[in-house]
Design a protein around this ligand. Structure first.
Ligand SMILES: Nc1ncnc2c1ncn2[C@@H]1O[C@H](COP(=O)(O)OP(=O)(O)OP(=O)(O)O)[C@@H](O)[C@H]1O
Ligand SMILES: [Mg+2]
Length: 180
């Protein structure tokens, strides 16, 4: 079987870091924090107001280097992980959370009202899921509702999906009524 290289993406606050850490431990996989990699390897430019804009081409090149130099399975997490190249990924997990719950989690951070709204809207519309399916196709993308699920339970569910015991086929979640 091909070595597992699993991307974990999702709106901020959906629980990527926790989920990916547990998953990597279960699989004995190398864990890559994609945001950390972007910072460390300077795969970004600064916008006029000082915000960092990721350079996707360089991010992909740095990740390609990691895939090439390691034989271990890899779990890579971050909100740009679904934008890594399809040929480097065997699976893409998109974590979802009901916007109302996400709001509670994100309010604990010092986000501006605008940034909070942008993130909740992105989750309500399922933008990351859409981008993931667009780039990788339905069969490679796994969608998990983290609204009421502990990270550990979510990892178990994903491992069951890998074993073909359950389906995490995308498209079952719809927050639109809840949000708008
Ligand atoms: N399954 C869960 N159930 C409830 N709370 C959770 C769950 N997973 C994470 N959290 C909490 O939600 C917050 C966000 O979790 P985490 O940092 O893992 O999200 P993230 O998707 O990695 O966010 P970011 O994109 O900002 O890195 C944290 O306060 C964490 O403790
Ligand atoms: Mg995180």
């Amino acid at each position: 079987m091909r070595r597992l290289v699993i991307a974990v993406s999702g709106t901020p606050g959906t629980g990527k870091t926790r989920f990916a850490g547990l998953l990597a431990r279960k699989l004995g996989a190398e864990l890559i924090d994609l945001n950390g990699l972007i910072l460390k390897k300077k795969c970004y430019r600064l916008d006029i107001d000082g915000t960092r804009i990721a350079n996707l081409r360089r991010m992909r090149a740095e990740f390609a280097r990691i895939v090439k130099n390691s034989r271990k399975p890899i779990v890579v997490e971050g909100l740009l992980a679904h934008l890594l190249q399809a040929r480097h990924l065997t699976h893409v997990v998109v974590l979802r959370a009901r916007p109302k719950i996400l709001e509670r989690r994100l309010r604990a951070r010092k986000y501006s009202a605008q940034k909070l709204r942008d993130n909740l809207e992105a989750e309500a519309l399922g933008i990351i899921l859409w981008e993931a399916v667009h780039a990788h196709g339905m069969n490679k993308v796994y969608e998990i509702d983290m609204t009421k699920r502990k990270a550990q339970a979510a990892v178990r569910l994903f491992l069951d999906a890998l074993a073909g015991k359950v389906s995490l086929r995308p498209g079952k979640i719809d927050w639109l009524e809840d949000f708008f």
